[in-house]
Ligand binder design. Structure first.
Ligand SMILES: [Zn+2]
Ligand SMILES: [Zn+2]
Ligand SMILES: [Zn+2]
Length: 236
């Protein structure tokens, strides 16, 4: 997969990921509040140049709020377990935990995600994140900066994201709208050719081609919330 440019949602500029990291510090320097925030850089563990985003969160927010933000914007298909590994400690969350899960987690010394970010993280630190134990989506999260600002209306404020990676329909070469998931590698199709496929009606045989590291996995169809969708192609 190719390196993707991205958009700064603060000022609208299109920049490379490397340039964005520096740009955001300046773009966010004109702060209008005193609340301690962290600037976080998140990348796909295997395609770090393709899927990336920057967000800021209150330093006092619990780790679970970062998990929730990543789920909402990028990974949540159907409420799988997720975990962070920070300084060798595993922090886990299971929205659909069974009593057996909870006992196993306790035996494996999995900690809850209730501690605030400021108690776990310092600037420059990196942590691993994984969502779903069976078909994991793995991310790297790095703390880029700490500064004062206004509290986000929700606990996370998304500042920049990669543009949608281009993929072409395998039949006609037009931009892909769907991925056929009963093939490996997954096969991209435009809407017209997906609908002509003999398996079009089969449940989850086709999943929307969306701008996320979880694209094509499990039943992932993009963010549930319209405001968090970012399906725009790079202008350059
Ligand atoms: Zn900007
Ligand atoms: Zn799922
Ligand atoms: Zn086509």
């Amino acid at each position: 997969m190719q390196p993707m440019m991205g958009r700064c949602f603060v000022c609208g500029k299109t920049l490379s990921q490397e340039a964005m990291a520096g740009h955001l510090r300046a773009c966010r320097s004109r702060q209008d509040g005193e609340q301690p925030l962290f600037l976080l850089h998140v990348r796909d563990a295997y395609f770090p140049e393709t899927f990336w985003l920057f967000l800021e969160m209150p330093q006092a927010a619990p780790l679970a709020a970062l998990d929730e933000a990543l789920r909402q914007v990028w990974v949540d298909c159907c409420g799988h377990a997720s975990q962070f590994i920070i300084d060798g400690v595993t922090y886990g969350r299971r929205p659909k935990a069974t009593p057996v899960d909870l006992v196993l987690d306790e035996q494996a010394h999995v900690a809850p995600m209730d501690r605030p970010l400021e108690a776990l993280l310092t600037v420059g630190q990196e942590m691993d994140y994984a969502y779903d134990e069976v078909w994991p989506t793995e991310l790297k999260v790095r703390v880029l900066a700490a500064y004062g600002g206004t509290l986000p209306a929700r606990e996370a404020r998304f500042l920049a994201r990669n543009y949608k990676p281009p993929r072409a329909c395998r039949v006609c070469g037009r931009p892909a709208d769907w991925l056929f998931t009963n093939a490996w590698p997954l096969e991209p199709y435009c809407d017209a050719h997906a609908r002509q496929h003999p398996d079009w009606e089969k449940p989850h045989a086709f999943l929307p081609y969306v701008n996320s590291p979880r694209v094509g996995l499990c039943t992932y169809r993009g963010p549930a919330e319209e405001a968090l969708r970012f399906e725009i192609s790079s202008p350059e």
